[in-house]
Design a protein. Structure first.
Lengths: 123, 406
């Protein structure tokens, strides 16, 4: 089953997402911030990354840059409580942008699309 | 390069970075991009061997002299074609050949018309090529009403077909790896339409279908161009760009048919000093509506011959909407373009006629787009364009079904 790496500094979010997505059959890995994120990705080998933007000490958009440089086709879904970061050009490097909600249907839909897209163009 | 004349006063035989400028007979415009290319190379790549290569007419219009006269620390080479060779395509092909001869690792293509080019553009188009990217597309600041052909056709269509999100695929200025330059030269698609305005979309599409790592680089300023030629250039630009796009579907059909959803690219170039804002931009909505209604008056039979009955029927409903409320739904627009793609393949020898009949529909779509985004912020307009693109991707199965049935 596909593996999702959830990167979020809020424990309640990590818990909610991991329970809901695990119940859909996904394997889950968790990271509470961007510390050694590239190395974590190399260790965990996720199929999709769900990445928060505003984290204490870390900017998800800058982390996204690092991920994109190292893992060209890695699906990354930005997940933020704020829609304002959609206006930041750096967010274009993400596959999708989902505004946080207790209803995870949009996030799950985008995860599904991101996983389908992995059969697409490769580099 | 048989018949071509080369001026290489510094006897350059190798260069790690090459900035190429198809000069297009633009004697008055050429000095500025050459100066900025020189500044960019000297400031950001002082330890790398570089060259600036121009390619244009050897005749008496003064372009060659203007190019060679620019005082540069970086050596210059000028290539002139035999008489009768015209168009950005052939010039670019020979520029790429020369770059490959020089064993360049990074090839920057600069539009001679780029009157807002800065040395940062050279840096931002070139740097990713030394980080193993093969193709660098520009990302300019742009007013939401600019770039109509990109926002309504080129970006959503190319993205849904080839699966890579290059926001401004006909940006005119690119970074190309030496390896990719060699691949370009081997491809057979140097078609008539792609030889002029169509060349940019072919360069971008070819890079995507080759699977080279692609990125976009923020230019930090709008792309200003020298004043365009008279208004019939808009029709030529449309024919060349859209004609190339539609012709490529047949050439690369094995590549696009297996792609379902698009993927993003890395984006570089932030922190490049001050960022400008896009200047104001005005659109004449009545003119757009007039062009569309002229098509309704004269092209109905031709539209009926191209479009499937359901799409044609929906189009007739749209035709009655008044200008101030005019709305051309995105899914309908996607199906119109997909029907034209199928017709283009079926009637390749009538491509010009097909493009002529598509144009009024395009003007109608532009009016619809302007009505939608006119009062939006830039962010809101980009979110709307993202929805347009997702609709194209979701509608792609329609194209696949029609294409495989033909």
């Amino acid at each position: 089953m596909a593996k999702i790496l959830i990167v979020d500094d809020e424990e309640s979010i990590r818990l909610l997402y991991s329970e809901e997505l695990a119940s859909d059959g996904y394997d889950i890995a968790l990271a509470e911030d961007g510390h050694r994120l590239v190395e974590r990705i190399e260790e965990e080998k996720p199929d999709v990354i769900v990445l928060d933007i505003k984290m204490a000490g870390y900017n998800g958009l800058d982390l996204l840059q690092s991920i994109r440089e190292r893992f060209y086709n890695m699906p990354v879904i930005l997940c933020s409580a704020y829609s304002m970061f959609k206006g930041d050009l750096k967010s274009m490097a993400a596959d999708y942008y989902v505004v946080k909600s207790s209803d995870l249907s949009e996030l799950k839909k985008k995860i599904g699309q991101a996983l389908e897209g992995r059969t697409g163009p490769d580099a | 390069m048989s018949g071509w004349h080369e001026e290489n006063p510094n006897k350059v035989t190798r260069a790690e970075i090459v900035v190429t400028i198809p000069t297009g007979g633009q004697a008055r415009a050429i000095a500025f991009p050459v100066e900025k290319a020189n500044e960019g190379l000297a400031q950001f790549f002082p330890d790398r061997k570089s060259a600036i290569i121009g390619c244009g007419y050897h005749s008496d219009n003064g372009t060659r002299e203007a190019f060679m006269r620019v005082n540069t620390a970086v050596p210059k080479i000028y290539l002139s074609p035999p008489a009768g060779i015209k168009g950005k395509g052939p010039h670019l092909k020979n520029l790429l050949q020369k770059a490959v001869e020089l064993d360049a690792r990074a090839v920057i293509v600069v539009d001679v018309d780029a009157s807002s080019i800065t040395p940062w553009w050279i840096k931002n188009l070139c740097n990713p090529l030394f980080r193993d990217f093969g193709f660098v597309a520009p990302l300019y600041l742009q007013h939401r009403l600019q770039g109509a052909i990109t926002n309504t056709i080129v970006y959503p269509l190319a993205r849904s077909l080839y699966g890579r999100r290059v926001r401004q695929p006909i940006g005119g200025n690119f970074g190309i790896s030496g390896e990719l330059a060699r691949l370009y030269l081997e491809d057979s698609f140097w078609d008539n339409r792609s030889s002029e305005y169509g060349i940019d979309i072919w360069l971008t599409t070819f890079a995507i279908v080759q699977g080279v790592p692609i990125c976009q680089s923020f230019m930090g300023s709008p792309k200003a161009q020298n004043p365009p030629d008279p208004s019939d250039e808009a029709a030529r630009l449309f024919n060349h760009v859209v004609g190339t796009l539609l012709a490529m579907l047949g050439h690369y059909e094995k590549k696009w048919q297996g792609i379902k959803w698009s993927k993003p690219t890395a984006i570089f170039g932030f922190g490049s000093g001050e960022t400008e804002t896009a200047p104001d931009f005005a659109v004449n909505k009545e003119k757009l509506h007039d062009r569309f209604t002229e098509g309704v008056r004269t092209m109905m039979d031709r539209w009926k011959a191209v479009l499937v009955p359901e799409v044609f029927s929906k189009l007739t409903e749209v035709a009655d909407i008044p200008s101030d409320r005019f709305d051309f739904p995105t899914q309908l627009w996607a199906k119109v373009l997909f029907d034209y793609a199928v017709a283009f393949r079926r009637q390749a020898d009538q491509g010009d006629d097909l493009l002529e009949s598509l144009q009024p529909l395009y003007w109608g779509k532009v009016l619809s787009y302007v009505n939608k985004v006119d009062t939006m912020s830039t962010q809101q307009a980009e979110e709307y364009i993202e929805e347009v693109c997702l609709t194209f991707e979701e509608t792609k199965p329609y194209l696949l079904e029609r294409w495989t049935k033909e």
